[in-house]
Ligand binder design. Structure first.
Ligand code: 9MR
Length: 386
């Protein structure tokens, strides 16, 4: 019997603590509450993340690998148990949905939407416009003349297919890149910027709104939440962009902050998170934590308990800061368990320890809750009491 089955059996038998003792160190965090009273001994049912989040009116979600979702019952069970919101890790992006000009592929995205509907989960759409995840034909085909119609046709086709079913769409992803040197901070190495200029953003949001008027339209960005100088500058450029869009009457409803964080030399979020959430609120925007995970590659220790504690502490610090604000409405992690994180694909994100598997998420390889799980749950629970 694997650990996951063991945990489920424990719950069924009413052996609540079996779930939280399944992982060394986990029980101590859960039962003592670490930063307060205990939340719950069990990790499913009323102790599931989604239950604790819902008490504060928060959505709790994760990115889904649709190939796994279609094959793996344990993966599906973890999704159902812990989350009330899903986003496709890749299946709704431009490349996967329009692999050839005018030819669309929806099998994976349809499967995700069906799964979410069957399980009463909200769906985040990710994303219409990005300088990555493009089909091979796009760069070779785009011109100043055809770019607007390619953009709007894509949004109308993909957004239209799921009209009324999507809680929120990441309409534009990562449009700011200060290194390109423009005063407004816009990324120039994007085919959309190169063909349409700054107006591609307004065009995308307006088209998305016409296509699916009920979806909350989100601008999604990373590296804008810490107190560091570079993130402070990127945050200012992002908020200024959103202010310009709002002033021009462009339908933008939310700011997504990806939240790919790191343990080891953790950043501080005291000022940054407050500025970001307040900035969003002043513009009338909701804030979503859209892609949270915590890299642990730079930690020297190979000891798993030490690494997991460092990762968990980043979850606590960060979520406590972001959840101070009523503007924050959703928290999503970028994946479910460490077994399938994008950070272990290849060695690109394992510069220091190329052969070591990172442990950035809430569940371990066997889908058992890690200290990060309890840290997140505690932060959600504390937020629900404010
Ligand atoms: O995790 C995603 C990975 O599987 C893809 O290869 C990659 C390119 O499409 O995108 C990754 O997800 C990214 C997300 O879409 C946007 N923010 C950064 C995420 C991690 O790179």
């Amino acid at each position: 019997m694997n650990r996951r089955t063991l945990i489920q059996r424990g719950i069924q038998l009413g052996l609540g603590t079996l779930a939280s003792t399944a992982l060394p160190g986990a029980h101590a965090v859960a039962a003592s509450g670490k930063r307060g009273e205990p939340v719950a001994t069990e990790t499913t049912g009323k102790g599931a993340l989604k239950a604790v989040a819902a008490a504060r009116g928060l959505l709790l979600g994760c990115a889904v690998d649709t190939t796994l979702m279609r094959q793996d019952a344990a993966y599906q069970a973890a999704l159902r148990e812990q989350f009330n919101c899903v986003v496709g890790e890749n299946c709704m992006k431009f490349g996967p949905t329009q692999p050839q000009p005018g030819t669309y592929f929806f099998d994976d995205a349809d499967a995700l939407v069906r799964f979410a509907e069957e399980n009463h989960m909200k769906i985040r759409g990710h994303n219409f416009v990005w300088h990555e995840a493009k089909p091979a034909w796009l760069d070779a085909t785009l011109t100043r003349e055809n770019a607007a119609s390619i953009l709007t046709n894509h949004i109308r086709t993909v957004g239209g297919r799921y009209r009324g079913k999507v809680h929120s769409w990441d309409v534009v992803n990562e449009a700011i890149w200060l290194e390109d040197g423009r005063p407004d901070g816009l990324r120039t190495a994007s085919p959309w910027f190169q063909t349409l200029g700054e107006q591609y953003l307004a065009l995308a949001f307006r088209t998305a709104h016409e296509t699916d008027p009920k979806a909350l339209l989100t601008y999604n960005e990373y590296g804008i939440e810490s107190d560091s100088d570079s993130e402070s500058r990127k945050r200012a450029a992002t908020l200024a962009l959103l202010k310009r869009l709002k002033a021009a009457g462009v339908p933008v409803h939310a700011l997504g902050v990806q939240s790919h964080l790191r343990a080891g030399s953790p950043a501080s979020y005291a000022k940054g998170a407050a500025e970001l959430t307040q900035g969003a609120q002043e513009l009338g925007l909701k804030l979503f934590v859209t892609e949270m995970d915590v890299k642990d590659d730079s930690l020297e220790s190979d000891n798993i308990a030490v690494r997991d504690a460092a990762v968990a502490s980043v979850y606590s610090t960060y979520l406590d800061a972001m959840l101070q604000s009523k503007a924050t409405h959703a928290v999503l992690t970028w994946g479910v368990s460490d077994a399938h994180t994008w950070l272990n694909r290849g060695t690109r994100f394992r510069e220091k320890h190329p052969t070591r598997k990172q442990r950035p998420l809430l569940l371990d390889d066997a889908d058992a809750p890690k200290p990060a799980f309890y840290a997140m749950r505690q932060s959600l629970w504390q937020a629900s009491k404010r």
